[in-house]
Design a protein around this ligand. Structure first.
Ligand SMILES: Cc1ncc(COP(=O)(O)O)c(C=O)c1O
Length: 350
């Protein structure tokens, strides 16, 4: 992945506004405008969207403002997800993913009362809120949609009050700010509590009303994020072109792919190979040709040293799928000739 933020010349006017305002953080004008613009973009109201330093802290805070002590969390995710739950001072149990769409598979009937779940959108996929049965509407649900800003999403104004959706604006994501995140809540009071959590627990006065932290987005990050959003139509066309080339190669080589929604302009090109051995072979042959890959979400979190202390239930789908997933090179200006070369090398490896 070769990240690309808006050109510095493009951001200069906003940085000048920051300099004139002499407000560099603490919910200044750039951050407020960003929250308003994203509320429109995501189909909700600005009092439910809060910017944050990064998505990891977004997940941590979305959990910290609930009363749920225990969370079901998939092991097939980036290490940020379980780290955020533990960082919020809560406990977690690993849960499996569904074999058909790779989403977190958690049965509300088996959740203990007072516990919640983190559902991870696999590799920037979009989602329909109706995918969760009615019973979830009163349960605590945090959707880790870190890479899903480029997916077609239904208006998030429909989120139930106990739900939150977290997006990342990291440099490697679609619509990047460098570092940054957004949390969309189903309830304006939750959003207010989160804003307070992200600002030392202050709530109007400079006195902690809850245990908080410093997770505020700076005005400078917000200026980059706003320029990315303003350039979205152009960025979107570039991602569409790159993904169309990836799709063509998948079809040509008969590669399995991440289950996805129709328009998923994610920053990933994920393929699913037939076996762990075939995945190793493709990875090695690409590496020999100087082509980088990433074993996205492998090793799985439950096997990582940092999470070894947690009990591990059977996770058959995670154990089956994770060692067969390979992230291929993907960025919006990846040249067509490079796609052809990647295809030829994978073909030879297969
Ligand atoms: C599934 C998932 N969750 C959380 C994160 C963390 O996002 P951030 O880098 O903004 O903290 C990532 C980052 O790639 C991710 O893929």
């Amino acid at each position: 992945m070769l990240p690309r933020l808006p050109e510095p010349g493009r951001v200069a006017a906003r940085l000048q506004q920051v300099q004139v305002s002499r407000l560099y953080s603490n919910f200044g004008p750039q951050v407020r405008e960003l929250e308003e613009r994203y509320a429109d973009f995501l189909g909700t109201s600005a009092d439910r969207v809060v910017s944050v330093t990064n998505a990891t802290l977004g997940i941590e805070g979305a959990i910290a403002v609930t009363d749920a002590e225990h969370w079901a969390v998939p092991s097939f995710t980036f290490a940020a997800t379980p780290a955020a739950v533990l960082g919020a001072g809560r406990t977690l149990s690993w849960t499996d993913i569904s074999a058909s769409d790779w989403w977190t598979d958690v049965d509300a009937a088996r959740l203990l009362p007072g516990s919640g779940a983190v559902a991870v959108a696999p590799f920037g996929t979009g989602f329909d809120l109706a995918r969760w049965p009615e019973v979830w509407r009163s349960r605590e649900l945090v959707i880790d949609a870190a890479a899903s800003l480029g997916a077609s999403l239904q208006p998030l104004g429909e989120l139930p009050p106990t739900w939150a959706v977290v997006f990342s604006l990291h440099a490697t994501k679609v619509l990047p700010a460098g570092e940054g995140g957004l949390v969309v809540f189903g309830d304006a009071d939750r959003a207010r509590a989160f804003r307070s959590w992200s600002n030392f627990g202050f709530d109007g006065r400079r006195e902690s009303m809850r245990v908080g932290t410093n997770a505020k987005m700076s005005e400078i990050s917000a200026a980059f994020a706003l320029c990315s959003l303003e350039d979205w139509e152009q960025e979107r066309v570039e991602w569409q072109k790159a993904h169309a080339m990836a799709r063509r190669i998948e079809t040509q080589l008969g590669l399995g792919t991440v289950p996805r929604t129709a328009e998923q302009l994610s920053p990933y090109w994920i393929v699913e190979l037939e076996s762990p051995e075939q995945t190793d072979r493709v990875e090695n042959v690409l590496e020999q040709q100087g082509i980088g890959t990433r074993r996205w979400w492998f090793p799985t979190c439950h096997t990582m040293e940092g999470f070894r202390h947690l009990p591990v239930p059977p996770l058959p789908n995670t154990d089956d799928i994770a060692p067969r997933v390979l992230g291929l090179p993907m960025f919006r200006d990846l040249p067509a000739g490079d796609f052809d070369r990647i295809a030829a090398v994978i073909d030879s490896a297969l």
